[in-house]
Design a protein around this ligand. Structure first.
Ligand code: P6P
Length: 331
């Protein structure tokens, strides 16, 4: 039986894929793995460590921060900043961009991150996740960062990935050459390659949407979901965990579509373009799937602000195409 390789070995083996490789990206990916292990440890013992519940603070979206949100944000900030590869970070938990090191003049990469998505689920022991995206800086090294470094289209991503703190903890990422999944062995504290070359199944029959919001959704989404419900004899079923990374990961493995349309409460959509939709869209396309908003490709969207929201539909190509045809039918 061939040896299962660790995340570190895989990163080293594949770093040659990158032109002008300087080792900075290798260091950055390694740092993400380390931060994920630290956050995982706290998530797994949250009920014992008195870190369940709200931190008593709010993030920039006036959402109550969970204690674990704050812990995860501080952990990723600390480790990514210390690594010297990162010039700046955009985080769901930070109102503004964070410049790393010497005012962001030396690091080569920009990181977008949702440190702990779905964190309110941790109190009820439901899986949660970290979502991250890595871009090259636009301004030359040695200059101070500007908006253009942070507000890049998803097509400019160098790396996208997520950590799923579930029944086991997984790190799944792509550098543009396919999607690979690593499972943490807590006994040795290492991530091992467990899901090489992840691809959506040929077809999918799971639809994930918050049913309570359907009445507020656009006509196309309502028509599509009605079609799914009528296809129950073809094996269609509804599955919605309420934790984006968990719903996405399940659909990636079993096949399906996740939908979060714009609603009355969230007229631009609830999910954030830069650190939720774009990274998962990159992964989806690399895994043979598709990701759109109401008008077309998520990856082509150029954000105008750090916390911009977007409607988000992601999953098997044939399901996204079926939704698109509902848009066409509804003019
Ligand atoms: P709703 C969690 O707050 C989150 O951002 C995603 O993880 C999840 O898919 C979605 O919101 C759930 O939203 O409105 O269905 O509770």
């Amino acid at each position: 039986m061939s040896k299962t390789i660790t995340l570190q070995e895989f990163i080293m083996d594949t770093q040659a894929e990158f032109p002008f490789v300087s080792g900075q990206l290798t260091r950055l990916l390694t740092d993400i793995g380390v931060a994920a292990k630290i956050v995982n440890h706290q998530v797994n013992r949250a009920g014992l460590a008195g870190i369940l519940g709200e931190a008593g603070s709010q993030n920039s979206h006036d959402e109550a921060q969970q204690k674990l949100d704050v812990f995860a944000d501080r952990t990723f900030m600390r480790i990514l900043t210390a690594g010297k590869s990162v010039a700046g970070i955009g985080s769901e938990e930070q109102d503004q961009y964070v410049f790393c090191g010497d005012d962001g003049k030396s690091g080569k990469y920009i990181v977008m991150i949702d440190p702990l998505d779905g964190s309110s689920n941790v109190d009820v022991n439901v899986s949660i996740g970290t979502i991250f995206s890595i871009y090259r800086r636009v301004t030359p090294m040695g200059e101070t960062l500007s908006d253009q470094d942070f507000l890049q289209a998803g097509t400019e991503q160098v790396v996208a990935g997520y950590v799923l703190y579930g029944s086991s903890t997984m790190l799944v990422y792509t550098t543009g050459s396919g999607v690979n999944g690593f499972t943490l062995d807590p006994a040795v504290g290492e991530f091992f390659l467990s899901h090489p070359k992840m691809q959506f199944p040929e077809t999918g029959s799971i639809y994930s949407i918050n049913d309570a919001l359907l009445g507020q959704a656009n006509e196309a989404t309502q028509q599509f979901i009605t079609g799914c419900r009528e296809a129950i004899d073809n094996g269609f079923k509804a599955r919605y965990i309420g934790s984006l990374v968990s719903d996405f990961h399940r659909n990636l493995i079993k096949g399906g579509i996740y939908l979060y349309p714009s609603t009355k409460d969230h007229p631009q959509g609830k999910l954030r373009l830069l650190y939720e939709c774009a990274p998962l869209a990159f992964i989806a396309l690399q895994a043979g799937g598709s990701a759109e908003d109401d008008h077309g490709s998520i990856l082509e969207k150029v954000p105008s602000s750090l916390h911009e929201r977007s409607p988000f539909y992601v999953g098997n190509i044939h399901l996204i195409q079926a939704l698109r045809s509902c848009w066409m039918n509804n003019g």
